[in-house]
Write a protein that binds this ligand. Sequence first.
Ligand code: SF4
Ligand code: SF4
Length: 296
Amino acid sequence: MSQPNIPFPQSPVLPTMVEGTHVIQFSCHKGIGCWNACCSNIDISLTPYDVLRMKSRLGISSTEFLKEYTVPYEMEKDSIAGVKLRSVEGGTACRFMKPEGCGIYEDRPTACRYYPVALLSMRRQDEYVDRDSYAIVKEDHCKGHEVNRRITISDYRKEQGLEEYDELARGWRQLVLKKQSSGPSIGKPTLRSRQLFFMACYDIDRFREFVDAESFNRLFELPQAEKDALLADDVALLQFAFRFLRQVLFGEESIALNAEAAQVRLTKVQEKRLVEEHEAAKRMAEDDEGGFAEDD
Ligand code: SF4
Ligand code: SF4
């Protein structure tokens, strides 16, 4: 099961972008000649909600899950990272593949649910909201396209439980799109930002410890009842993680800083501005000197 991205480097078929009303002809069922062919050769990126569902299914921590079942990859050079499902040792098959089908079917990842459709989230420079389009993936080995069942992509998403999956990963998609569309003016994220992004998005159990730690308390003013509720609920904590990252990475403040931390932050901003003004004045002075020298 190859997971398409734009552009589709390996796919022999160029994708056509379609809307949710588009009708596909497809059905996948046990007994079909290609049963499990898609799970024998995987390239599956996971969303944070996929990680959360799978680690809960396996009854392990997110830290253990990431180490054991995933490989990280860079979404762009020196930028934020994603995680992919790790295949079997020395092979390309999914570790959850069983002769009878997916061994974690109820908690299978988003990409597996979508196949043979791919979600393409996009954000135009002039738009605040992201919008979804879809692409159809046709691979020779998949016989599901030959089965005479017609269904709209919207209904297929409902059938595959994707409305919940997409909704709970939307905050992450928005962060990724925002990072990718922010361009060079924002600059490369620092190592610390990249680490925070990784932890908050994928390693929810470490993020829980981070939110529960004294250092977090010193910086942010989160009412205790709200904090307790977050710490007790993975899904709520994940949505808070996206909110936290919007604040840390893009300055969209929605979590109150405590007064002392706010003052320290203000002082730092003022100091940074002073340094920038000083450097700008120095550059202007140097340019003027250069200009005088040329005139002489
Ligand atoms: S998670 Fe399940 S559906 Fe997805 S590739 Fe693995 S076995 Fe197949
Ligand atoms: S029909 Fe396609 S999706 Fe279903 S088992 Fe075959 S290759 Fe996989």
